[in-house]
Unconditional design. Structure first.
Length: 277
């Protein structure tokens, strides 16, 4: 009865309504402890009645969450009405009752999620730092371009394999060098945070261990018989995520103290302001 698309967006609707209710109560509990804020019946009545009776905390955040709930509910209704564009259901509505031809299965497209992440980074950057906003803007721009090209390639021909090869011929020469450059830059930055946090002796040990692990993995991949690409990609991803997490943690801990020796004057004595002994 209920299509998968309807269940997905109806779940978004319930989640957004619950988030709006909790946010409306929590943002309106200034000066109250969390226990008494939750038990404030008047605030809950105001939130659940859309402000008809009782009060609401932050109206902007509440309206944004409730607006998302309304949009999700509308999409869910459209999906269940059109049965997720299922060919057999559409054929039942046709005069001749014949099932129309369907398009070939499309490739999985993750760029909308990447674009949403970039949009979130832009919003955070508006409230925190301009650099984060610029990074989010670049992510959104790149994701939209990739999304547009993927949508074009999926509909270029009726053969999914031909569409995939067409898209790769255009984008792989661009994606590989850019991804490699960004990966190296992020890893170098993450390792630099680690080296600046630990002691000088520990930094040498960490550098040696990281270099040894990378060399050992490379030798195993080169000598190992017929290692699949998924295993190689998974191993590289685990190592990169580990280095990135270590860089984030050490960056939050802060750098170690650097002690600079004062410039010495003649005969090894500290120099005075006037240059005397």
């Amino acid at each position: 009865m209920f299509t998968p698309g309807f269940r997905l967006f109806f779940g978004f609707t319930l989640a957004a309504v619950a988030a709006a209710a909790v946010y409306g109560v929590a943002s309106g509990s200034a000066g109250e402890t969390e226990y008494f804020a939750v038990l404030n019946v008047e605030t809950w009545v105001g939130v659940l009645s859309l402000g008809y009776k009782g009060g609401i905390g932050d109206h902007v955040g509440y309206v944004v969450l409730m607006g998302f709930a309304v949009l999700s509910a509308l999409v869910a209704l459209f999906l269940v009405a059109f049965r997720d564009a299922d060919a057999e259901s559409v054929g039942e509505l046709m005069d001749d009752g014949q099932t129309p031809e369907t398009q070939a299965d499309l490739e999985a497209n993750y760029w909308p999620a990447v674009a949403a992440f970039g949009a979130g980074a832009m919003i955070v950057g508006l409230a925190t730092h301009a650099t984060i906003f610029v990074i989010g803007l670049v992510i959104v721009g790149a994701a939209l371009f990739e999304w547009m090209l993927a949508a074009w390639a999926d509909r270029a021909t009726a053969d999914p394999e031909v569409n995939r090869n067409l898209r790769n011929r255009i984008m792989r020469p661009v994606e590989y060098p850019i991804t490699a450059a960004l990966g190296v830059a992020v890893l170098v930055l993450a390792l630099s945070r680690v080296f600046l946090t630990v002691s000088q002796f520990s930094a040498v040990i960490v550098a040696g261990v990281v270099a040894t692990v990378i060399f050992f993995i490379a030798v195993v991949f080169a000598v190992g018989p017929k290692i699949s690409r998924s295993v190689i990609a998974g191993t590289v991803a685990v190592v990169c995520v580990g280095v990135l997490v270590a860089g984030v943690v050490t960056a939050a801990m802060g750098s170690r103290d650097f002690h600079h020796k004062a410039p010495a004057g003649d005969h090894g004595e500290p120099a005075t302001e006037d240059g005397g002994h």
